[in-house]
Design a protein around this ligand. Structure first.
Ligand SMILES: C[S@@+](CC[C@H](N)C(=O)[O-])C[C@H]1O[C@@H](n2cnc3c(N)ncnc32)[C@H](O)[C@@H]1O
Length: 212
């Protein structure tokens, strides 16, 4: 492992974590305590201006650091998570932007109106791989034509035999889940990695090209 990479314990090994217990016990090594630095860099570079209706959804939003950053950039943000205790930390930011905090399985949440951005930061990699096709179907059900999926792809170079979650993922895994109507616009190594991340991260952006 390169010197610059500090090993961080995985969020758990071999089975899905009890997410609520992890937050309750403060065992949240995935939580950077702030928005991902690459997200901030890209916003500062003008790459994430609100598009369309300006609605952004953040599935598996955790404590909501990224959605706060997106709301500062002008997006109307909705955070989705299965952990009820996060509501207090997240809902007010969402509501101030015109969005909401939706409690429950994100993949079961329908959108009353199509959204223009889905931002993934260690949500896809936390889902059991058996749910990836479902993730793709969910994205297609909520995202507007021309809408984008932006993902901090992580952990890209983690050997599969180390188990998970986070389960290893690649941009190709995401592409396969989304299906042929999504065009890959960007797939780049991040310039500002999350502090303490032991494995590589990429920044991938897909755009929906069909009419929904
Ligand atoms: C690894 S954490 C990432 C949290 C946040 N994105 C961050 O970077 O700090 C994964 C998050 O997804 C949530 N989660 C897991 N499965 C979920 C599901 N099916 N629907 C909604 N949220 C889910 C967990 O509660 C947790 O907050």
């Amino acid at each position: 492992m390169p010197q610059s990479r500090r090993a961080v314990p995985d969020c758990c090994c071999g089975s899905e974590p009890d997410w609520a217990a992890r937050y309750r016990d403060g065992e949240t090594p995935w939580d950077l305590g702030c928005a991902h630095p690459e997200l901030r860099r890209r916003i500062d570079a003008g790459e994430l201006q609100p598009r369309g209706s300006g609605r952004a959804w953040v599935p598996g939003c955790g404590r909501g650091h990224d959605l706060r950053q997106l709301s500062h950039a002008g997006w109307q943000v909705t955070g989705l998570d299965i952990v009820e205790s996060l509501r207090g930390e997240v809902a007010s930011y969402c509501e101030a932007s015109g969005g909401a905090f939706l409690l429950g399985d994100a993949l079961a949440c329908g959108a009353p109106e199509p959204v223009d951005l889905i931002f993934d930061h260690t949500f896809f990699c936390a889902l059991p791989p058996t749910r990836r096709a479902e993730f793709g179907a969910w994205v297609r059900s909520v995202l507007a034509p021309g809408g984008r999926v932006c993902s901090l792809v992580f952990p890209v170079d983690r050997p599969p035999d180390l188990g998970g979650p986070p389960f290893p993922m690649t941009t190709g895994d995401l592409s396969e889940a989304l299906g042929q109507d999504f065009l890959l616009l960007l797939d780049e190594a991040v310039k500002r990695p999350g502090e303490g991340r032991a494995w590589g991260e990429r920044w991938a952006v897909f755009e929906r090209r069909d009419q929904g």
